[in-house]
Write a protein that binds this ligand. Sequence first.
Ligand code: RVP
Length: 502
Amino acid sequence: MAYYYDEPSHTFSEYLLVPGFTGPENIPANVSLKTPLVRFKKGEEPAISLNIPMISAVMQSVSGDRLGIALAKEGGIAFIFGSQPIESQAAMVARVKNHKAGFVVSDSNVKPNAKFTEVYALIEETGHSTIAVTEDGTPNGKLMGLLTSRDYRISRMTGNELVKDYMTPRENLIVGGPNTTLSSANDLIWDNKLNTLPVVDENDHLQYLVFRKDYDSHKEHPNELLDSEKRLLVGAGINSRDYAERIPALVAAGVDCVVIDSSEGYSIWQAETIKWIRQHYGDNLKVGAGNVVDAEGFRYLAEAGADFIKIGIGGGSICITRETKGIGRGQATAVIDVAKARDEYFEKTGIYVPICSDGGIVYDYHITLALAMGADFVMLGRYFSRFEEAPGEKLVVNGNTVKEYWGEGSARARNWARYDLGQGKKLSFEEGVDSYVPYAGSLKDNVAMTVLKIKSTMCNCGALTIPELQDKAKLTLVSATSIVEGGAHDVQVKHNDNTYNK
Ligand code: RVP
């Protein structure tokens, strides 16, 4: 006879935290969100920790290199999407690893013969008013000049003027050479009263721009996640099909951690993938696995050697797996169940295997709930897809600025390796949708607000660290009627913009 669980499975919105005692030390400034990313033995330090408990989803519309750079600067880690050719995924990983703090690859470039209409279009598209003029109009072309808003007056232009007649030409520019460091760039910027310093290679080809405002990147990003060579950390998604070709390319590009990306991870394929990694890289390459939704799935992947285990089936905002296949489990219940199994495994073996709640985070407080329920960190798709740095197109739809966000199981992503059970290189049916999400600005500003909210709630619970929160948290299920009580009710809200707390 089939097995029936005693309890219905619940989602985050059905729970609340009951505050504990708040002492004088419980202020957000004292709270640490540091958390292990990978397994470790009792009494030892994990090889990789996160400074904030947030990682980005392995999705085309979420984790490209721009988001990877922005997230590592704030203390989390992005997992570059795997549903792309090996070479382009490895190139994205390399771009994050090669990112030099304070050095940016110019995203607004024109040829000297470009007309000003092109300049206006670029400014509109990127929002940046400093434009590099290169021979071929590419970010790394031969430097011909620089165009800033100081070089022309829009009110006097027709649009037909040529860039070369207005730019500051190369011979009048102060530039940094191939060995420029951030500190020598800053000296040049300050000594010469510059706003922008172009950095060129030995052939005078543009490499980077250094902006005056970025001069102290580390001060602006105190949580930055760096490796021993001061490079940003980055992860990448892999699948259980082409790992023998994909992983070596990712490793060569400098990847710090991989995760087997699958909608259902309690399978022989995941164990075989981990085995292959151990045979070829020993413990040097860290690998996450999943997704699972119960203790049995957790134990299987923990025994197989996974460095962390992801939880979640069907809870993603763009996911229709539950509707199409009827598999899944309420995310809160899945996290609670797996966290119990993780603690038992630790008790029994002395090995702590971090767990990640993946999908279904709608409000910031859901992150705090997931952590309180035992998650070590969360994976977010929709949350990050709204930011400037996410790969999706920014559009205006019905007067609202939105970004595109599509599921890996949608026809658009064609991620057959994640969803198809050996039926060939195609998607048999869709498990995800293509959507719009409200545009929300920069990752840095949004993450800062989310982190502050998590820390504030932790103070209410008397916790200064995530393990302390997990130990002290008191969670209560709420009735459907009291959920209504939790929102603004019985008043007429003046600004009904419910994006404020998402
Ligand atoms: P969310 O943060 O709720 O947008 O969920 C993101 C998660 O949803 C991903 O990390 C992944 O586990 C899952 N996903 C991605 N694509 C799809 C799909 O098309 N069904 N689901």
